[in-house]
Ligand binder design. Structure first.
Ligand SMILES: Cc1cc2nc3c(=O)[nH]c(=O)nc-3n(C[C@H](O)[C@H](O)[C@H](O)COP(=O)(O)O)c2cc1C
Length: 350
């Protein structure tokens, strides 16, 4: 699997998730079998680039390449500027966001709302491709199947974007109207795959190795992208890789291994965010790790009362020590995508 001149370790990708797939989380997923990860979106608004949030998002220190940065916006010239700004800060691939349904993005006519204005969408793609070409940086794009059930234009757009020079297209198998509700459908992704020559990535509701195999078969896609199912379960990538390679199911990880990797994840997280923000933003990750474990809900609630790194680390460590007294291995969770509420995704694009 290649994007431009970059050859990827495998065809399992981490989905960009604002507020989730920061550098520590992407690194963790890559160390557990993901071949590629796209950063959280960075706004095309120049006035926000110096904000702490954006500068953290543009920090790729130590990340295993290729470094892919997603940009979001509504103005072709600003998007082109944002591409160059991020290339200057280490981006090796630029991904255009046309998949995000968050209100703060869509009200500004960005994200998946752009799919409704095909001319503007194409103008943005052309401007970004032109800005990236001198530096030989590939441009990729992520979109949905369309705006609504009666307006599924992913195939038309994919053809136009390919003509304009986009080198990989990811399709989330829902319309903008669906948000995160209902089920992802894969027919439209298969139709996009059949319509273009560039690699196509299938995304949406891939929650298990078996589902990964089925989505590959249904779509003929070149790669798979996993989002919510990796929250608190970053080892899903190696489980999928193992199943696709061997047809057998890998045993769930040992509790001791998960304890170690969660503690490492927390330390890396604090290093990026500092103590105050780090402890608070780590809570949601810890909550995802423990959500289906015995006493997980109570532990999750307790976490909210702890506000320094040392006590958070100690509480996590004690929780997993206690758990390993009862069981060696994690349960083989099959995450239900419907558990994730749409309100979870209310990130602003800063
Ligand atoms: C919390 C959250 C944040 C997201 N942020 C982005 C984003 O910044 N850019 C983007 O293209 N998609 C974003 N998405 C959409 C995901 O990349 C993905 O398309 C979607 O979750 C469906 O895949 P899944 O079923 O594997 O989760 C986000 C989704 C969630 C849940």
């Amino acid at each position: 699997m290649n994007i431009g001149s970059f050859s990827l370790a495998n065809k399992l990708f981490v989905a960009p998730m604002a507020g989730v797939t920061d550098r520590p989380f992407r690194q963790l997923c890559k160390s557990l079998g993901a071949g590629y990860a796209v950063s959280e979106m960075v706004t095309s608004r120049r006035d926000l680039w110096s904000s702490l949030k954006t500068s953290r998002r543009a920090n790729h220190e130590g990340e295993v390449g290729p470094i892919a940065v997603q940009i979001a916006g509504t103005d072709a010239a600003m998007m082109a500027d944002a591409a160059v700004y991020n290339i200057d800060r280490g981006a090796q691939i630029i991904d255009i966001n046309m998949g995000c349904p968050a209100k703060k993005v869509c009200n500004k006519w960005a994200g998946s709302a752009l799919m409704q204005d095909e001319a503007l969408a194409l103008q943005i793609v052309q401007a970004v491709v032109a800005a990236c070409a001198p530096q030989n940086v590939p441009v990729t794009l992520k979109m949905r199947t369309g705006w609504c059930q009666s307006h599924k234009n992913a195939v038309t757009l994919a053809r136009a974007f390919e003509q304009a020079g986009v080198q990989m297209i990811t399709v989330h198998g829902r319309t903008r109207e669906q948000g995160y509700g209902g089920q992802a459908e894969y027919e439209t992704i298969a139709a996009v795959k059949a319509a273009v020559q560039v690699p196509v990535v299938a995304n949406g509701d891939i929650t298990s190795p078996q589902k990964a195999r089925d989505v590959l078969a249904l779509t003929g896609a070149d790669a798979l992208m996993v989002g919510r199912a990796a929250q608190g379960r970053p080892w899903i990538f190696r489980e999928i890789a193992h199943f696709l390679a061997t047809g057998t199911v890998l045993a769930p990880p040992l509790v001791a291994e998960v304890k170690r990797l969660l503690l490492d994840h927390l330390l890396d997280h604090y290093r990026l965010y500092g103590e105050y923000t780090g402890v608070r933003t780590a809570r949601k990750h810890i909550g995802w790790y423990v959500k289906s474990l015995p006493g997980g809900e109570i532990f999750r609630a307790r976490m909210n009362a702890l506000d320094d790194c040392e006590t958070q680390v100690r509480a996590v460590s004690d929780y997993f020590d206690e758990l390993s007294g009862h069981t060696d291995r994690m349960p083989s969770a099959s995450s239900d995508p419907q558990e994730y509420r749409q309100e979870e995704h209310t990130e602003s694009v800063t």
